[in-house]
Design a protein around this ligand. Structure first.
Ligand SMILES: [Zn+2]
Length: 167
């Protein structure tokens, strides 16, 4: 068990490559208007992966690759919200609960603003938070670098944890 009592913060960062013919899933929301999706072993939900790493980091529990290795067939095409739920359960075992999450997605296209509320709702449900405690922001690569050329999507997240209240 990690030391509890104080609020803790963690950061997460993830990138995935865009490929034609894949589903684009961000924050548990399928972005149907995108012609390309993210490549990866799971559903490649780059936003949820960054959030998972932020939560694990805040608790001092390593990173997503240690908990859900991409060599493990159990996680093939996994729904990343299920991985998030599993991490939140593990945090509870360590004496913590998520307090708030803030994240930024860097994506050139499509425009993601119309999906913001649904992402917040889905992520909040999986993390056991109110939607108001999950903020999701969007930026582009300004046509520079791998994001700007539409080669991939990046996500950055920060999470804070509070001591879990014992039932
Ligand atoms: Zn990932």
């Amino acid at each position: 068990m990690t030391e509890s009592g104080a609020q803790r913060a963690g950061v997460g960062f993830d990138t995935h490559r865009l490929e034609a013919g894949r589903r684009l899933v961000l924050g548990g929301v399928e972005i149907e208007e995108s012609e390309a999706g993210l490549a990866g072993h799971s559903d490649a939900d780059v936003l949820t992966h960054a959030i998972i790493d932020a939560l694990l980091g805040a608790a001092g529990l390593g990173d997503i690759g240690q908990h859900f290795p991409d060599t493990d067939e159990r996680w093939r095409d996994a729904d990343s919200l299920d991985l998030l739920r599993a991490v939140v359960a593990q945090l509870a075992d360590s004496g913590y609960r998520p307090a708030n999450i803030d994240a930024t997605i860097a994506c050139e296209e499509p425009r993601l603003g119309p999906h913001r509320d649904q992402m917040r709702t889905r992520l909040a449900e999986a993390a056991g938070l109110e939607p108001g405690a999950v903020n999701v922001k969007f930026t582009t690569g300004e046509r520079m670098g791998f994001v700007g050329r539409g080669e991939g999507i990046a996500a950055l997240a920060i999470a804070t944890l509070a001591p879990a209240t014992r039932a």
